[in-house]
Design a protein around this ligand. Structure first.
Ligand code: SAH
Length: 215
């Protein structure tokens, strides 16, 4: 159920859905998604679907993780990495693990303490080491580490938080779902000096971005 064939099938499906970044596809193939969900759900880990991870949260659908990652690194020459990326909504850490080889250092924020603890141990045991984790409210970004070459957000605010735009480096990209439950658009915003160019990436369904920390 977690065999090479099952994983290959997922990769073929992502390819047929339009994911064409081979490095991202290879990273998804190599990442054991079944270790990011409860054992009871492990048999479904290589389906292209979101799954519950507790506390009302979900592990994102592989197709969404793949398209957000590919969008973030779109202008990076093959073999090179982005310097600094901020991730908001670490959850189980799957997106972090997929992104890890494409970035020198990831700063990632999760607001739910028990998820945070489980995920920190998981990423450590999987050898994902280029990440600094913080249990906090990501709404204001991470000012002391800004600017970021990329910001990736896994929960949806009603509109783009201004602090996140302000923490983007020139040329940097923000990938974020925006809107209410069930009616969100995934946006890619690229900073060009004081201008922010928006590209719509389609409709998505993320959990809401929530203020404050949960213990
Ligand atoms: N990145 C995960 C998806 C996690 S779901 C994956 O790879 O599958 C979204 C996560 O965002 C949840 O864990 C939720 O607790 C977190 N979240 C919601 N609002 C937040 C906020 N203001 N700051 C930080 N994390 C937040």
């Amino acid at each position: 159920m977690t065999s090479a064939r099952t994983r290959d099938r997922l990769i073929e499906r992502l390819r047929s859905e339009g994911i064409d970044n081979e490095a991202v596809l290879e990273r998804i193939r190599a990442t054991p998604r079944h270790l990011f969900v409860d054992e009871a759900l492990a048999s479904r880990a290589y389906e292209d679907t979101a799954l519950p991870i507790g506390f009302g949260q979900t592990i994102s659908q592989p197709y969404i993780v793949a398209s957000m990652t590919a969008a973030l690194i779109r202008d990076v020459p093959p073999g090179e990495t982005l310097d600094k990326v901020l991730e908001i909504g670490t959850g189980c850490g799957y997106q972090t693990a997929i992104l890890s080889p494409f970035v020198k250092h990831i700063y990632s924020i999760e607001r739910i303490r028990p998820l945070f603890q489980r995920m920190s141990e998981r990423l450590r045991s999987l050898g994902v080491n280029n990440v600094t984790l913080r249990c906090a409210d990501g709404w204001q970004g991470w000012q002391s580490q800004a600017p970021f070459d990329g910001i990736i957000v896994a929960a949806a605010p009603p509109e783009i938080p201004q602090d996140l735009l302000a923490q983007l480096a020139d040329g940097g990209k923000l990938i974020i779902p925006v809107g209410g439950r069930g009616a969100q658009g995934l946006l890619c915003v690229t900073r060009d000096g004081d201008e922010f160019r928006r590209r719509e990436m389609g409709l998505v369904s993320f959990v809401p971005l929530v203020e404050g920390v949960e213990r």
